[in-house]
Design a binder for this molecule. Sequence first.
Ligand code: B12
Ligand code: SF4
Length: 446
Amino acid sequence: MKIGFLAMSGIRAHDPELLQLGLTLPGFVARSKQIAALPSLGLLQLAACTPAGHELRYYEAPADGAEPRELYDCDLVAISTFSAQVFEAYAIADRLRARGVKVALGGLHVSVLPDEAAAHADYVVVGEGEQVWPEVVAAAERGVAAARFDGRAAGPVDLATLPTPRYDLIAGRPYSRFTVQTSRGCPWRCEFCASSVMLQQRYRRRPVAQIVRDLDAIERVQPGAFIEFADDNTFVDHEWSRELCAALAPRRMKWFTETDLSVADDPALCDAIARSGCRQLLIGLESPGETALRGVEQRADWKAGRAPDYGRSLRELQSRDVTVNGCFVLGLDRHGPEIFAEVLDFAETNALWEVQVTVLTPFPGTPLYARLEREGRLLAPGRWERCTLFDVNFTPARMSVEELRRGLRWLTERLYSPAALRRRRRAFLARRRASAHGRALAATHS
Ligand code: B12
Ligand code: SF4
C-alpha cells in the first residue's frame, strides 16, 4: 500500500487583535517561526513502526486548511490531531474518504474523543500509537470497513523498544529543527495539562544510548540541526538526566527542552545541562506567586510549594548561562486584573530571556474541562478550534472575559516589544557576568 502520514503544520490563534499585534512583535514572531517548522514526531515514529513492504510518504497540511494533492494517491492516510486543528483534520479526512482513501485518525484529541472522530475516519486510534499501528495497517490491507484500536490495552509502550523515527522521510526538506523524545509522561497532575499524560499517565524514560542513536539519525539527515526534546518534563530523574547530559556534551549540539524547576535543586545537574549545549529550558512557572498556584497541581500541590523559591531557582540556572523561557498561564481562578502587571514585573525582575504567556485553556479530557463544565463556565463547549492557548473560552473567576483578553494583549505588547527584550536580555547578561565573577573570586580564595 501507499501510506501517507499527514501532519498539520503551523501555529493557530483566532483573536484578531492579538494576531495583529503578534505579527509586529519581534520576540513573538521569532519563536512562532521556529516552532511552526517542527515536523511531527508522532507520525515519524508511526512510520518507523509500519510493517515492511509499504511505500511511505510524509506530508504537511499548511494552516490554511488545504491538503497536498498527492494524498489522494494514497491507499491509507494517517492524520495526527491536536484539539486546535481537529476540525481542519476532520474536513481533510472527509474529503479523502469521499475519494476512496482510507483514513486513520490518532493523537491527543481523538484519544479523548474517539466517538466524535469515528464520524470522520475509517480507523480511530486511542492512546500511544506504536503497538497498534501495525494492526491498523493490516486492517486497511484487508479492507476492514471501520475499526477502533486502543493503544492502552497492551499497557504503556516500553520506550526501550522504540525504533528510530523515520527522519529519512523528510530528508532534503527545509527543517532546521527536529524533535526527539527522551521521556514520556510527568509525575505531576496539573489540572489544565493536555500533554502526553493524557495518553498514558506513567512517567517513562528512554535508554540514553537509544536517544544518541536517534540523534545520530538526525545528524545524517540534517547535520547541525537544532534539537527540541518533545518531552513533557525531561529532568524528572536526576541521575538519568546527568547521564543524558554527559552523552550530549561531546556532540556539541544545540538543544532545548521542557522541564520543571526541580533541576535547580541539583547543582551538578545544572552544571551538566550547561556543559551539554542546552540553549534554553522551558519551565512552567504558571504564576508569579504561591496563592494563585494553590490547587493547580493536584497530586501534591507541588507548584504552589515551589513558588516561593522561583527567584533562587532561576538564578541557579541563569548563572550557568542557561536561559529560561518562563511560561505563565493567565486566568487561573485566583487571578484578578492585577496579574498582568505582576507577570511583567516578575519577568523583568528575574531577567527571563524568553517568556510565554497563554490563557488558561480547557482542553477536552482534562480535569479543568470537567470542572468548568460543572460550574457552567465554558463559553463555547465543543468549539475545539479555540484550544489554541491564546483564545479565551471560559469565564474567569475574578475578571471578565474581556478583561482577560485585553490583559493578554496588554502584556503581550509589553513583554515582546524590542525595548523589553533588550532590557531583559541585558539584565540576564549582567547577572551572568556577575556570577562568573563571583565564581572566579571564590576559586581564587579557595
Ligand atoms: C512539538 C509540538 C508542536 C509542534 C508539532 C509539530 C507537528 N507538526 O506535529 C508545533 C510547534 C507545530 C505545535 C503546534 C501546536 N501545538 Co504543540 N506541542 C508540541 C509538543 C511540545 C510535543 C508533541 C510531540 O511531538 N509529542 C511526541 C509524539 C511522539 O507524541 P504524539 O504526537 O502524541 O503521538 C503519539 C500518539 O498521540 C499517537 N498518535 C499521534 N498521531 C497519530 C495518528 C495516528 C493515525 C495514530 C494511529 C496514532 C497517532 O501515536 C504517537 C506515538 O505514541 C507538545 C507538548 C508535549 N510535551 O507533548 C505540544 C502540544 C501537543 N501542543 C499543543 C498545542 C495547543 C499546540 C498549538 C494549538 C499551539 C498554537 N496555538 O498554535 C499548535 C497546534 C496547531 C497544529 N499545527 O497542529 C498542546 C496540545 C493539547 C491538545 N490536547 O490539543 C500540547 C500538548 C502542549 C500543551 N501542553 O498544551 N506543537
Ligand atoms: S508539570 Fe507540565 S507536563 Fe507535568 S502535569 Fe503539569 S503541565 Fe503537565
